[in-house]
Design a protein around this ligand. Structure first.
Ligand SMILES: Nc1ncnc2c1ncn2[C@@H]1O[C@H](COP(=O)(O)OP(=O)(O)O)[C@@H](O)[C@H]1O
Ligand SMILES: [Mg+2]
Length: 179
């Protein structure tokens, strides 16, 4: 029990209150607000796959016009997005910009995770069909047969003269991959 006249105790209590007052009124509320902002940012980063802000880019630095002019977009994981526009509008250029093949003049592209790109033109490198499927990765029988199945290549494999050991050069690649 605090007794009147016990000045030591009064000063001690006041100084303790003064010490925690700053933490509780300023730092604690600041921490809560920063914590919630961090949480929201983490959620945004987790959900987003590719984000672009005010992208400006041109293939020829000497040309007077940008191929992409102030393009902003956000594609979340699992979303299907269609980019539409007339021929020469810059749809392919946008994808090239995401792949860093078209350098940005202005703006920013953020990518989270791994991306894969399937170009409009199908092609095969010199090697067997199997080499082309593995593409330098180690062979795992189960995974390999799963990939062949989901790509609906089982029937093609039966038709190839030497199955998946057929040389890519013999085949008309467009017929394999475009049906
Ligand atoms: N690799 C490239 N080198 C130089 N210019 C290119 C290249 N690819 C596209 N372009 C030019 O960029 C513009 C947009 O083309 P593109 O992105 O292919 O349009 P889309 O895919 O919408 O048809 C066109 O003027 C085209 O000539
Ligand atoms: Mg195109």
């Amino acid at each position: 029990m605090l007794k009147l006249g016990n000045y030591g105790m009064v000063f001690l209590t006041t100084s303790l209150i003064n010490n925690i007052r700053l933490s509780m009124t300023l730092f604690f509320s600041f921490g809560v607000s920063m914590g919630s902002e961090t949480l929201i940012s983490c959620k945004r980063i987790q959900n987003c796959f590719v984000e672009g802000y005010d992208i400006c880019a041109r293939w020829d630095p000497r040309s007077g016009e940008d191929t992409l002019s102030k393009v902003s977009f956000s594609v979340k994981a699992g979303q299907v997005v269609a980019v539409i526009g007339p021929v020469g509008a810059g749809k392919s250029s946008l994808l090239q910009a995401i792949l860093s093949e078209l350098p940005l003049k202005d703006g920013q592209i953020n990518i989270r995770g791994k991306i894969s790109y399937a170009s409009q033109e199908p092609w095969l490198f010199n090697g067997t069909v199997k080499d082309n499927i593995l593409f330098g990765q180690p062979y795992h029988a189960k995974r390999y047969s799963e990939i062949v199945k989901v790509c609906a290549l089982e029937r093609d494999m039966e038709l190839f003269p030497e199955g998946d050991m057929t040389q890519g050069g013999i085949l008309r690649c467009r017929h394999i991959f475009t049906g």
